[in-house]
Design a protein around this ligand. Structure first.
Ligand SMILES: [Zn+2]
Length: 369
């Protein structure tokens, strides 16, 4: 019974507005059993029912399953190189409230303080309904929830400081964006999906049959530190020739002979949007470095498709032919006839925070029913 209840909650979460009849079919249970499970979940204030629009087909009218108005909520928190945001997310993924601010590469303690104020305000509004938090961060997360973000000079930062409750999930922004893209975005149904995200540097994840490859230490997917870049360039990670240094805002600044920008994302977007000749030439060089690296990863991983997030979307919109040319030139013959498509991530900049919400829900759901 409990397993089935959890399964039904999973279905209601994955398919907002699913009818009770369809949920029963997806669970492989009869309508009587489904009615019983739903009424139990309603008693627990987890699910509510609303009349479904008439379907025009035969059979008794069904209901749609919606989040209970007094039901559990999760907090999704995204910390980027320049800003933070906290969302209150209900079952099904809808955002009820949001709070955000900028931190401009501040010390970790300042970011924790700002997020804590936002969380406390939400606790005043939603009280005990807030049951879990998922956190997206621009670095690697250890199994004990310690963050290292070398680009921001944050080392061994304690993520448990962000949420006092027992259910806390945290992950790398690109990994979570990949998770979200596979749950609700362009990669739904893919066998192997590769997601790449350019912010300050480049991160990514391989999602194999719906599961992100995390690595033994939670540090997998750091494709930006593969040596596809210029060996003369030192990366903030300490290695040389990292791919990330060839495709982000710091790469554009180097090509344009400008000092390293403190806000590489905003800077890169400004350069990409500028139509000047020098800017466009720099953007083309960066786009080619991106396409060439993607070819290397496609040769190595054989994905169905590649989704791009962050600055990758801006590059794909502005100079798609430059990316495509370098991509095709680097592909092995087996991929050349029908190259896996390179697509903008559907969830765009919301990918990491949507993935953080998904992670929080997947931890919380088994504890509810
Ligand atoms: Zn590096």
């Amino acid at each position: 019974m409990t397993t089935r209840s959890t399964e039904l909650l999973r279905v209601a979460h994955a398919r907002p507005g699913v009818t009770r009849a369809d949920a029963a079919r997806l669970l492989g249970v009869g309508t009587g059993a489904a009615t019983e499970i739903v009424s139990r979940l309603a008693q627990l204030s987890l699910i509510a029912e609303q009349p479904a629009a008439p379907s025009g087909t035969r059979g008794r009218p069904t209901t749609i399953l919606v989040p209970h108005p007094a039901g559990p909520l999760v907090l999704a928190c995204a910390i980027t190189h320049e800003a933070w945001r906290v969302d209150v997310v209900e079952l099904g993924g809808a955002i009820l409230a949001s709070s955000s601010g900028r931190h401009a590469s501040a010390a970790w303690a300042e970011v924790v303080a700002a997020v804590t104020v936002a969380v406390q305000r939400f606790q005043q509004t939603y009280g005990g309904r807030l049951r879990a938090m998922g956190v997206s961060v621009p670095g690697t997360v250890s199994p004990s929830l310690r963050l290292t973000a070398s680009n921001l000079d944050w080392h061994d930062a304690d993520l448990t400081a962000l949420w006092p409750g027992p259910v806390l999930a945290a992950g790398n922004d690109a990994t979570l964006a990949a998770t979200a893209e596979s749950h609700r975005g362009a990669a739904v149904g893919a066998t192997v999906a590769l997601h790449l995200r350019i912010e300050g540097g480049l991160g990514g994840a391989v999602v194999d049959h719906g599961r992100s490859l995390l690595g033994a230490r939670g540090a997998a997917g750091e494709f930006g530190h593969m040596p596809f870049g210029d060996p003369a360039i030192a990366c903030p990670c300490g290695a040389r020739g990292c791919w990330g240094t060839a495709v982000d805002g710091t790469a554009l600044a180097r090509l344009l002979n400008t000092p390293t920008p403190p806000d590489p994302v905003t800077y890169a977007r400004r350069v990409i949007a500028t139509a000047g000749r020098a800017e466009l030439e720099a953007v083309r060089i960066v786009a080619a470095a991106l396409g060439r690296g993607i070819a290397g990863l496609v040769n190595g991983l054989d994905p169905d498709l590649v989704t791009l997030g962050g600055i990758g979307v801006d590059l794909l919109t502005t100079v798609p032919e430059e990316i495509d040319k370098a991509y095709r030139a680097g592909l092995m013959p087996v991929h050349r006839a029908a190259p896996p498509p390179i697509l903008p991530a559907t969830l765009a900049d919301d990918g990491p925070i949507a993935g953080a919400a998904e992670e929080a829900w997947s931890r919380l759901l088994p504890e509810l029913a």
